[in-house]
Design a protein around this ligand. Structure first.
Ligand code: DOR
Ligand code: ZN
Length: 435
């Protein structure tokens, strides 16, 4: 929908980046038309007193499950969750069924996103055919398709063959793309069920050792420097990986970026005590020292951004014994609150920092020209309004996703998304989707 169709909207008394005095923000033709004391009439007036305005959030890592697992999530339901969570763009992981390793599937997902129209859905293309890690997928054809793929990932699986990774970095470089790596050496994690440490040992669960991630990240950083290709490290989960990234950035800026999930900023392997598979995720929940190190790395910019790794699963895949359960957690509607809890309430980030890690950096990494833009007159009206004083209790059954596997069930979390706007059109308001 174009901004003209959306009419004009006036946000009264909002705080851009949570700073200074409240201002009015007028949106017209899909763009920010005026900031200040606005006297002009508007088609819609939103009382935004006490709300913080931020650029719309961008999620580089979302599992939408369509095609193939529409019993757990669809582009429609994930778009609703995204709009309610403050997102204006999401990147759809390629581990669907069939796998998004060719132009037909990425165009299908892209088109579904446009039809729903609540959030920009950007398909990620698989690096290898069928995610099998053997030969490169049709990277160029996906890049040239209507979906305009720029991010490539075998997420769920690691591109563990160093030669394939090298070629992927070279080809994507030529395409202006990025390889998003799920860093996990499968030789070190075969059969693993939880972070390797005392908590897993006590319960007799096979361990997923931190070096299985760190060694692949180190290798890939060296390959990125060598090839000039762009590497994005998915869901950084250990203090050691943060150290590797610090070291790699010291050797030359620009080609390496990284994300952390909200759950790895907050939850630890102490959750194993419950034996509840809702806490099973890949990479696994680590130690309190790791969450501390990840928070510091995010605050410092060693880790660039937050990405949800929103991973819906059916009840029968989660309400089962730990070893049989699928890894993954919902994230789109809880991400902001967990970032506020772990980064804002701890003093590690202010609202400008939240804009950086939730909007600006992910948009830059993905090369989106119209997302993550500053709140200025003339910029596209992709906006999120946050109520910083509100608190809410998470109920999986009340989230927009079909699946309900949230690890934050019953927790009271700070901050709510009061409104989301995509190119001048409100997509959510006061916890309701506007379609
Ligand atoms: O926990 C996870 N779930 N990690 C992944 O890498 C894949 C994801 C999924 O697709 O469920
Ligand atoms: Zn992954």
């Amino acid at each position: 929908m174009s901004g003209t169709d959306a009419g004009t909207t006036l946000f009264r008394g909002v705080l851009p980046y949570g700073e200074g005095e409240p201002v009015d923000v007028l949106v017209a033709d899909g763009r920010i038309a005026e900031i200040g004391r606005v006297t002009q009439r508007a088609d819609r007036v939103v009382d935004a007193q006490g709300l913080v305005a931020l650029p719309g959030f961008v999620d580089l890592h979302t599992h939408l499950r369509e095609p193939g697992r529409e019993d757990t999530e669809t582009v429609q339901t994930a778009s609703e969750a995204a709009a309610l969570g403050g997102y204006t763009a999401v990147f759809a992981m390629a581990n669907t069924d069939p796998v998004a390793d060719n132009p037909v599937i990425v165009e299908y997902v892209w088109q579904r996103g446009r039809d729903v129209g609540l959030v920009d859905v950007h398909p990620i293309g698989a690096v290898s055919v069928g995610l099998r890690g053997e030969r490169l997928a049709e990277l160029g054809a996906m890049a040239r398709s209507r979906a305009g793929v720029r991010l490539f990932s075998d997420d769920g699986h690691c591109v563990s063959d160093p030669l394939l990774m090298r070629r992927a970095l070279e080809y994507t470089r030529a395409l202006g793309g990025v390889v998003a790596q799920h860093a996990e050496d499968p030789r070190l994690t075969g059969g693993a069920q939880a972070h390797e440490g005392p908590a897993a040992a006590e319960r007799g669960l096979a361990g997923w050792p931190a070096p299985a991630e760190e060694s692949v990240v180190a290798r890939d950083c060296l390959l990125a420097h060598h090839t000039g290709g762009r590497l994005h490290v998915c869901h950084v989960s250990t203090a050691g990986t943060a150290d590797v990234l610090r070291w790699a950035r010291g050797r030359g800026e620009g080609t390496i970026t990284a994300e952390v999930t909200p759950h790895h900023l907050l939850l630890t392997d102490e959750r194993l005590a419950t034996y509840d598979p809702v806490n099973k995720v890949n990479p696994p929940l680590r130690t309190a020292a790791d969450t501390e190190a990840l928070r510091t790395a995010l605050a410092e910019g060693v880790v660039d951004c937050v990405a949800t790794d929103h991973a819906p699963h059916a009840p029968q895949e989660k309400d089962t014994e730990w070893a049989c359960a699928r890894p993954g957690m919902l994230g789109l509607q809880t991400a902001l609150s967990v970032v506020v809890l772990t980064m804002v309430e701890t003093g590690l980030l202010d609202w400008r920092g939240v804009a950086r890690v939730m909007s600006e950096r992910p948009a830059e990494i993905a090369g989106l020209a119209d997302q993550g833009r500053p709140l200025r007159v003339g910029e596209p009206a992709n906006l999120t309004l946050v109520d910083p004083e509100a608190r809410w209790v998470v109920r999986g059954g009340e989230l927009a996703s079909i699946a309900d596997n949230t690890p934050f069930e019953g927790m009271e979390l700070p901050a709510t998304v009061a409104a989301t706007m995509l190119r001048g059109r409100l997509t959510s308001l006061d916890g309701k989707v506007l379609s």
